[in-house]
Design a binder for this molecule. Structure first.
Ligand code: G4P
Length: 532
């Protein structure tokens, strides 16, 4: 059992990821959270766009050139008695596997949806990973200050496209120019929308009205008021009750409406969210569940970022602390290598600064210098504890290319480079069954990773390559690795490859062909995620 101070610190922790389709308002919402926490003074400093200040995570030239953030960053701030860790995921469509892995380190997710668009492609992908983990998902329907789709239609969209039940915690009155405010279903009051502030540090002006207050009728107009009363009745009769047990299992998503840009509905959302989520929960290891409070320090590595400082060629491993207290003075144990070591330069990212830290607690994410022994999914404990956390799944890449090395004299560097980059998890590499290392197929989750690969092989390993795009877009792991894939039927236009561990995989051009192969090969199991 941990010391009382450690217990208190762990109980204060809330660690969540924000997911959305690009442009739904994730960055704006994050900024407003930080504003409430007092971690930043001006909005607009979380993500550096092309000409503005670069955010902490913009570490590579390629990111700077394009003014986008390729990798995820972690932000910590305090709000009331909570210590909040936000795991930001890149909003650009060329996101990478890191985005998925970041979700492995979160205890819950906030899904931001643009009220004029509803559920969009990228949200679906990220949502699937949250569902796989059964973590609570909270929905923030953003941009109510613009013309929005019908609120019932938006709920329906979430329920049918994503397959999760919804429960609106609050409800909007109008949208766009006619946006009047939000009705809180629990408090049974309306907060009027008065704010005109769009950026900066200003918090929205807030006035609450009881639902039967005549002033509300006047404010909302007769028509919108009647509509609100009708809609509330409908919701009270037909929507799912707010069952926190279901929320915690990821079966029911509490829904909030608001406008991040005008800071409207953001603090209410934050307050409800903190009330409904839990402090870090036990995690599964090969020795059963590890309780965050009853156990000493333990963590798992979910991301490795190379060359954050080009002069030193360093690698930073990001780990999520799952139990106990991290003490920089103490030796830790790297379970996979069986070695004891002291973690060097542990750091935490506080809004815009990287800070060297001496302690951290379950729920926190810290970055440490990687002496070259860490891999994604590894477990770190205190000496004496040898359990391993469940591995991080490998996610299906969606873009494939054949790598052609241009200078055959540099064969060794090429193999070393591409293998190292694959180990970091930036790309996945495959081989055809017949070819050796001369024929490498690269698979990535976001196409930007191809540029990252080319750039890094040239700049760090001195190897020039050409990438020949392949037509495949779908990959499936063969459930039983001993299957002889050369004997499968209906394999025209399907490519059989193996990963670096020799596991067989199939590459498909479209979804339909996956169904055909499954139909014609009885007993064949094809997997979308590979449990490591
Ligand atoms: P992302 O991280 O999900 O990609 O989205 P981001 O917050 O960058 O927001 C995308 C655009 O939507 C931004 O406008 C932002 O100002 C706007 N936005 C975010 N929330 C709201 C909202 O509640 N209401 C309205 N009306 N707009 C919102 P931009 O013009 O693309 O960028 P910028 O020049 O304002 O930074």
């Amino acid at each position: 059992m941990a010391e009382q101070k450690t217990i208190n610190e762990i109980k204060k922790r809330r660690t969540f990821a924000i997911i959305s389709h690009p442009d739904a308002g994730k960055t704006t919402l994050t900024e407003k959270f930080l504003l409430y926490g007092g971690a930043i003074n001006t909005a607009g400093s979380v993500k550096g766009k092309a000409n503005s200040k670069y955010a902490v995570s913009d570490w590579m030239e390629i990111e700077k050139e394009r003014g986008i953030s390729v990798t995820s960053s972690v932000l910590q701030f305090n709000y009331n008695d909570f210590c909040i860790n936000i795991l930001d995921t890149p909003g650009h469509q060329d996101f990478s596997e890191d985005t998925y892995r970041t979700l492995m380190a979160a205890d819950s997710a906030v899904m931001v949806i643009d009220a004029s668009k509803g559920v969009e492609a990228q949200t679906i992908k990220l949502f699937k990973v949250c569902v796989m983990r059964h973590i609570p998902i909270f929905t923030f329907i953003n941009k109510m200050d613009r013309e929005a789709r019908d609120s019932f239609e938006l709920l329906d969209d979430i329920e049918t496209v994503l397959g999760i039940r919804t429960c609106p915690v609050n409800w909007p009155i109008g949208s766009g120019k006619r946006f009047k405010g939000i009705y809180d279903r629990r408090a049974k009051t309306v907060r009027s929308f008065e704010s005109v502030s769009t950026g900066g540090a200003k918090k929205a002006a807030e006035t609450d009205y009881a639902i039967d207050d005549p002033a509300l009728k006047e404010l909302a107009t007769e028509e919108l008021y009647e509509q609100l009363v009708e809609e509330i009745e409908l919701l009270d009769g037909a929507s799912d009750p707010l069952d926190l047990e279901k929320v915690r299992k990821g079966e029911l998503s509490p829904v909030f409406f608001g406008s991040a840009l005008t800071t409207f509905g953001v603090e209410t959302f934050l307050q409800y969210f903190l009330e409904m989520t839990t402090s870090p929960l036990p995690r599964l290891s090969n020795e059963g569940e590890i309780d965050p409070i009853d156990n000493d320090f333990s963590a798992f590595i979910f991301k490795i970022q190379a060359n954050m400082n080009k002069a030193h060629r360093d690698r930073i491993a990001f780990m999520r602390i799952c139990s106990g207290k991290f003490d920089a003075e103490k030796e830790v144990y790297h379970v996979q290598s069986g070695r004891k070591l002291r973690l060097s330069q542990p750091q935490q990212i506080m809004a815009q600064d990287r800070q060297v830290i001496s302690e951290a607690y379950a729920g926190d994410v810290i970055g440490v210098f990687d002496p070259g022994m860490f891999s994604i999914g590894d477990t770190i404990t205190l000496p004496g504890n040898k359990f391993e956390y469940e591995g991080i799944p490998t996610f299906a890449p969606e873009h494939f290319a054949r790598v052609v090395q241009l200078n055959s004299m540099k064969r060794k560097q090429f193999v070393k480079g591409i293998t190292q980059i694959a180990q970091e998890g930036a790309i996945q590499i495959f081989q055809e069954f017949t070819a050796g290392m001369s024929e490498i197929i690269v698979g990535v989750v976001g196409v930007l990773q191809f540029d990252v690969l080319k750039y890094r092989l040239e700049n760090e390993y001195g190897c020039e390559i050409r990438l020949e795009s392949l037509p495949y877009g779908f990959i499936r792991w063969v459930g039983d690795p001993s299957t002889d894939v050369t004997k499968l039927k209906r394999m025209n236009n399907v490519k059989a490859v193996k990963d670096m561990k020799g596991n067989p995989l199939l590459l498909f051009v479209n979804d339909w062909m996956i169904r055909m192969v499954l139909e014609d090969n009885e007993g064949l199991e094809l997997l979308e995620f590979k449990k490591n």
